[in-house]
Design a protein around this ligand. Structure first.
Ligand code: CAA
Length: 380
């Protein structure tokens, strides 16, 4: 077993770390406070080919592997968790399914400009009554000749307010349950596509999400992604990859929190010495460092399996479950190391706690990950 990164993987890590130090870390607190979409940072992600990391070069991507993607996600999210999730939505939830299930014609229209970062995509699965129970889709698509008429709504769609297209999940045959779900590629300028104001959230405040409504929205049948009735599998296999991205995002948030705790513990003095010379702090730092490394191994394991083309539902869920809960534990401990200053908006510790929390919820709550994991380990 080789734990060394390749030269390319190390180059990506360095590139992303430098970018984060230069463009993200100095701005992340301000973007959080003002809820400002990081326009310039997203533009630069595109210039660095970070919006289609694992998409082949012929389709506008960087043509790298999923290990590179996970490494990049960790570094970018360490700099700014909001920028991290914007990157992950376009890479994992949008480009990945178009690459995997799209026709050549669909790839030219709906992948190339998105992998290049000229346009942004999003993923429309969640509905007011279909969150964890993703198969309970109420958005209805009815065939009328060569097109479908879509009515319904989605909510919590990350990147929704800025997206140029959506992978949209609909019910085309209610009686068939999860086998009646169909995915469509829909430009957001389609008549009948309505977006609400951005949601007000606890964290990742610069990564805007919104509800959306579809009123008699007509979409050509040629925009079906995958096969009619196979949308649930498109959604689930996409989330297998997406969960690697969110696990890596959680890892990046945890590292940011940990590194600040290490620094602060050298500056802050109590009882005549820096607090890092007290065993109470040392033990916290030791636990944080160990958990961060454990999470990274799970993330890389899932990414390696994805690169090998192997089923990775179990490993992705394990990575997402562990990394997200770890990020909350680490961010909370980092805040504790900062004492009263950790609770202040003058420091980043409280933002990391807020940003970490969502990683336990989106792309499947911790409870959903435990369902996926137990179903896999109990399989005959
Ligand atoms: N890959 C391929 N197929 C899969 C699959 C996978 N990973 N997982 C399940 N399937 C298939 C099954 O094999 C099964 O097929 P058959 O009927 O042919 O055997 C079918 O799908 C149904 O599977 P289940 O019976 O397991 O389905 P379920 O209804 O019990 O649901 C679930 C399973 C895991 C709970 C699923 O509903 C789920 O993952 N829920 C959470 C949804 C979620 O993560 N939403 C996140 C929204 S996106 C987001 O959050 C984005 C953002 O903001 C950043």
């Amino acid at each position: 077993m080789n734990f060394e990164l390749t030269d390319v993987q190390r180059d990506i890590q360095r590139l992303c770390r430098e970018f984060a130090a230069r463009e993200l870390i100095p701005n992340a607190r301000k973007w959080d406070e003002t809820h400002a979409w990081p326009t310039e940072a997203v533009k630069k992600l595109a210039e660095l080919s970070l919006l289609g990391v694992a998409v082949p070069e012929q389709y506008g991507g960087a043509g790298l592997d999923n290990v590179c993607y996970a490494i990049a996600m960790e570094e970018i999210s360490r700099g700014c968790a909001s920028t991290g999730v914007i990157m992950s939505v376009n890479n994992s939830l949008y480009c990945d399914p178009v690459m995997k299930f799209g026709t050549e014609e669909q790839k030219q229209e709906f992948l190339v400009p998105f992998a290049r970062g000229e346009k942004l995509g999003c993923f429309g699965l969640t509905e007011p009554e279909a969150g964890s129970d993703a198969a309970a889709q109420k958005t209805i698509a009815v065939r009328r000749g060569d097109e479908f008429v879509i009515n319904g709504s989605k909510n919590w769609i990350t990147v929704g307010p800025k997206a140029d297209a959506i992978v949209l999940f609909t019910m085309t045959n209610k009686e068939a349950g999860n086998k009646g779900i169909t995915a469509f590629l829909v430009p957001t300028h389609t008549p009948g596509f309505i977006r609400a104001e951005p949601d007000k959230k606890m964290g990742i405040s610069a990564a805007h999400s919104c509800s959306m409504f579809f009123e008699d929205m007509r979409v050509p049948a040629r925009n079906i992604l995958g096969k009619e009735g196979e949308g649930f599998k498109v959604a689930m296999s996409t989330l297998d990859g997406g969960r690697i991205g969110i696990a890596a995002q959680a890892l990046g948030i945890a590292r940011a929190a940990f590194e600040e705790a290490v620094r602060y513990s050298g500056e802050r003095q109590t009882f005549g010495k820096p607090i890092r010379e007290h065993q109470a702090i040392q033990f916290m730092l030791a636990d944080m460092a160990t958990e961060i490394d454990a999470a990274r191994l799970l993330v890389l394991q899932a990414a390696v399996l994805k690169d090998k083309g192997m089923r990775h539902s179990l490993e992705s869920s394990m990575a997402k479950l562990y990394a997200s809960e770890m990020a909350s534990r680490v961010a909370n401990k980092a805040l504790q190391v900062h004492g009263g200053m950790g609770y202040s908006k003058e420091m980043d510790a409280e933002r990391h706690v807020r940003d970490a929390r969502i990683t336990e919820i989106y792309e499947g709550t911790s409870e959903i990950q435990r369902i996926v994991i137990s179903a896999n380990v109990l399989k005959e």
